[in-house]
Design a protein around this ligand. Structure first.
Ligand SMILES: [Zn+2]
Length: 138
């Protein structure tokens, strides 16, 4: 996947819902999609509904299930450029900038930033933990 270089490119890139779903799926399940409820692997993808159906528990789930995006009416088309901004702006990004650049309210932008920061911190911790584990095993 070619990463967008500018915010404009990021917004254009993530204007396709399927691209967003694929990008989030790669982040969430780098080894392949797993059921959001029972963690079984290789669910069926229901192309028209953009949801998966689990082979094991038979439940259907979207990319948002059990994620930081759950319970949010904000579309992934806005979440992903916000994530892009957060990761790429070395001097930090404010909720005012996100609100202005992505056309969401400042309150929504603040909420998005909170969740994205938490998720990034959790990911950092997880990778540091994995690195420490690998170190111990050596
Ligand atoms: Zn399941």
């Amino acid at each position: 996947m070619e990463s967008p270089k500018t915010l404009l490119e990021a917004i254009q890139y993530f204007s396709d819902e399927q691209v967003c779903i694929d990008a989030v799926a790669m982040m969430r399940w780098p080894q392949g999609v797993r059921c959001g409820y029972c963690d079984a692997d290789k669910p069926y993808y229901l192309e028209t509904q953009k949801r998966w159906k689990c082979r094991s528990c038979r439940k259907q789930f979207s990319i948002k299930v059990n994620s930081i995006f759950e319970d949010s009416p904000i579309s992934l088309k806005k979440w992903l450029p916000a994530l892009w901004l957060l990761v790429n702006c070395k001097n930090g990004v404010s909720s005012y900038e996100i609100a202005r650049d992505l056309g969401v309210t400042q309150k929504s932008a603040w909420f998005m930033l909170q969740r994205l920061r938490l998720a990034l911190r959790a990911r950092d911790l997880a990778s540091r933990w994995a690195a420490a584990k690998a170190e111990q095993l050596r």
